[in-house]
Design a protein around this ligand. Structure first.
Ligand SMILES: Cc1nnc(-c2cnn(C)c2N)n1CCCn1ccnc1
Length: 116
């Protein structure tokens, strides 16, 4: 007989989110993304970037169970990198850090997902 489909268990997905976030925060190129951009001291930021996001805010949301699954978490992490690309030249310190962090993240979560 067909095996009953297991109900979606998001608890291990959230454990994966915590591992991924810890890896992002520990990365040497994470420094631009560790806390919210101080938009009061960065001309144009608030106008250009409609949805600011950073690793400390993601951690807060994770702690307050605001991510229902890995998908929602990945959307916010990609927001960090897309905001960075929009606001910074590719050929700049922060722009390069953003590209390196995005590459690292993409590799890391596909690794973790293949372990399943
Ligand atoms: C992330 C991020 N994207 N753009 C900036 C930024 C902040 N100021 N300026 C002129 C930018 N282009 N950031 C935040 C970088 C945070 N930072 C800067 C030095 N140490 C941390």
């Amino acid at each position: 007989a067909k095996k009953a489909k297991k109900p979606k268990d998001s608890s291990n997905e959230l454990a994966v989110c915590r591992v991924l976030l810890a890896d992002l925060e520990a990365h040497q190129d994470a420094w631009p993304f560790l806390s919210p951009v101080r938009h009061k001291s960065v001309p144009g930021y608030r106008k250009v970037i409609k949805k600011p996001m950073d690793f400390s805010t993601i951690k807060e949301k994770l702690t307050n169970n605001l991510y229902l699954n890995l998908e929602n978490f990945i959307v916010d992490v990609n927001l960090v990198f897309n905001n960075c690309q929009r606001f910074n030249e590719d050929d700049s310190e922060i722009g390069r850090a953003g590209h390196r962090m995005r590459r690292f993240f993409d590799k890391r979560w596909t690794e973790l997902l293949h372990l399943k």
